[in-house]
Design a protein around this ligand. Structure first.
Ligand SMILES: Cc1ncc(COP(=O)(O)O)c(C=O)c1O
Ligand SMILES: *[C@@H]1O[C@H](CO)[C@@H](O)[C@H](O)[C@H]1NC(C)=O
Ligand SMILES: *[C@@H]1O[C@H](CO)[C@@H](O)[C@H](O)[C@H]1NC(C)=O
Ligand SMILES: *[C@@H]1O[C@H](CO)[C@@H](O)[C@H](O)[C@H]1NC(C)=O
Ligand SMILES: *[C@@H]1O[C@H](CO)[C@@H](O)[C@H](O)[C@H]1NC(C)=O
Length: 434
């Protein structure tokens, strides 16, 4: 309060307060806070985004019914079918719409900056080029070359830094150059059109709204509301957006966080930990690309380093990273072009189906999860045996991947407990972190 008074006093030293607040019909302001030229730029940018939304349409739902779990359907919402090929397409659309609406990005913005593990960067590059604003992705110096190429192909520039410096550097560079640090981790909450799905001419981008609409329109789909929504968290934006939607509209769907082995999110959600402590010593690279918390050495602060809303998540579950890599290899072996976070989503969904295998629900157990990005992006890493042996050596590398793959296939075909079997049978460093 004190500093506010001080500012007022500095700006209007000679004006009596009564004059400032007096209503005078001759002095109705004629100037806009936003100049006409700027408003014109804004309108043009916003129209471009809504026309992009129209051309996005809806991404397909793919149904799996594992032979060994005949009462359940696992649906993958195929976000790799978007123009920038990941779940970030719809999110970044809403994030950029927010930034323009609130004047964070104007015709004068030198560039938009963000810290990214690649997918957000590619979508941001795309949306920024759509509105004619330069974009710089601040990425880890060892980012997959496939992802660097994606970002560049949509017109983005790359700045490589050590992985734990990404947020800090993106913020600094933006400040230095008259740019805007759009901060996907802190600002997902503000991307309003991502959480809602109003229908002023067009549907917005809430992924759960889209799923419900697709179930509604599908005559063969009996269960119209999923029993479970399963998803991992990077920014936490997607799972929180879905969770908020479910809570706000009083839906029965349970929201399950699928977390990676060394991530802090599980404890954050279940035990409310790591809000004021970094947990830097727990994180073990490489983790699962794009998700989990630990890349950033700062604590988990809602609205700053994360957008994960604990209160809208019902359950959380961890899987060993090597099991996730095994599922990745199995799914890609079956011709499903999906990345590691999708494999984790799938494993947790499969486990939910296993746990509920005797449940007496009237309709089929219906689990929905997300196909986040394509396997193509990981040919040089998670899908490369040499890389797996080198990067996941402590968990047994490819030998352990093979073992996990067998128990996972068994679960799909016979409805067995792959997690219990894998943890006892397959080599790896599990007990300490799970
Ligand atoms: C491959 C991949 N999977 C999952 C996620 C998690 O999505 P969200 O950031 O909405 O939590 C991300 C992004 O962070 C990602 O890049
Ligand atoms: C998702 O959609 C893309 C684009 O249409 C397609 O190439 C891909 O095979 C689909 N993924 C799955 C898992 O069906
Ligand atoms: C644009 O930026 C320049 C230099 O930073 C500044 O002088 C000018 O006032 C800005 N214009 C608008 C419309 O914000
Ligand atoms: C974190 O620290 C802030 C003040 O620094 C305090 O208000 C808050 O209660 C702390 N939260 C936790 C979870 O310890
Ligand atoms: C596989 O990984 C190794 C070790 O990181 C690397 O040297 C090699 O180039 C990779 N192969 C491909 C095809 O990317």
């Amino acid at each position: 309060m004190k500093s506010f008074l001080l500012v007022v006093a500095t700006f209007f030293p000679l004006v009596h307060p009564d004059l400032l607040t007096k209503i005078n019909k001759d002095k109705i302001p004629e100037e806009n806070a936003v100049s006409e030229k700027e408003a014109e730029w804004r309108l043009k940018a916003i129209r471009k985004l809504w026309s992009e939304r129209q051309s996005m349409g809806r991404t397909p739902l793919i149904r799996f019914s594992p032979r060994g779990l005949p009462n359940s359907d696992i649906f993958l919402k195929n976000e790799t079918a978007t123009k920038t090929r990941t779940l970030k397409h719809r999110f970044v659309w809403a994030l950029v719409l927010w930034a323009i609406t609130e004047g964070k990005v104007t015709s004068n913005t030198s560039a938009v900056y963000d810290s990214t593990s690649g997918n957000t960067g590619a979508s941001e590059a795309y949306m920024c080029s759509l509105i004619g604003v330069p974009y710089v992705a601040v990425v880890a110096d060892n980012l997959e070359t496939e992802k660097v190429r994606q970002i560049e192909s949509f017109g983005g520039k790359i700045m490589k830094v050590p992985v734990s410096d990404r947020n800090k550097r993106a913020k600094e560079e933006a400040k230095k150059t008259g740019g805007f640090y759009i901060n996907q981790f802190g600002n997902a909450e503000r991307a309003e059109e991502y959480h809602e799905s109003g229908s002023f001419h067009y549907e917005s981008t809430n992924v759960f709204h889209e799923i419900l609409a697709q179930f509604e329109e599908d005559k063969l789909q009996k269960a119209k509301v999923p029993d479970y929504f399963v998803h991992s968290a990077g920014t936490g934006g997607t799972i929180s957006s879905v969770g908020r939607y479910i809570v706000r509209y009083g839906m029965p769907t349970r929201v399950v966080l699928a977390d990676s082995q060394y991530s802090l999110f599980y404890d954050y959600v279940i035990n409310n930990r790591f809000t004021n402590q970094s947990g830097a010593g727990i994180w073990t690279p490489p983790g699962i690309a794009g998700i989990g918390y630990g890349y950033d050495i700062e604590p988990v602060w809602y609205g700053d380093t994360t957008s994960l809303v604990r209160h809208v998540v019902n359950e959380a579950m961890k899987m060993p990273d090597v099991a996730t890599v095994a599922a990745l290899h199995e799914l890609n072996g079956r011709g499903l072009n999906v990345g590691p976070s999708t494999a984790l989503n799938y494993l947790v969904s499969l486990y939910q189906a296993y746990k509920q295998r005797h449940s007496s629900i009237s309709k089929r157990l219906t689990i929905v999860t997300i196909a986040c990005d394509p396997g193509d992006f990981y040919r040089s890493t998670y899908l490369n045996s040499t890389w797996v042996d080198a990067s996941l050596g402590k968990s047994g590398g490819m030998k352990s991947v093979k073992c996990w793959r067998e128990v996972i296939v068994n679960a799909m075909d016979k409805g067995s407990d792959f997690l219990g079997q894998g943890l006892t049978k397959c080599y790896g460093n599990f007990q300490s972190s799970l």
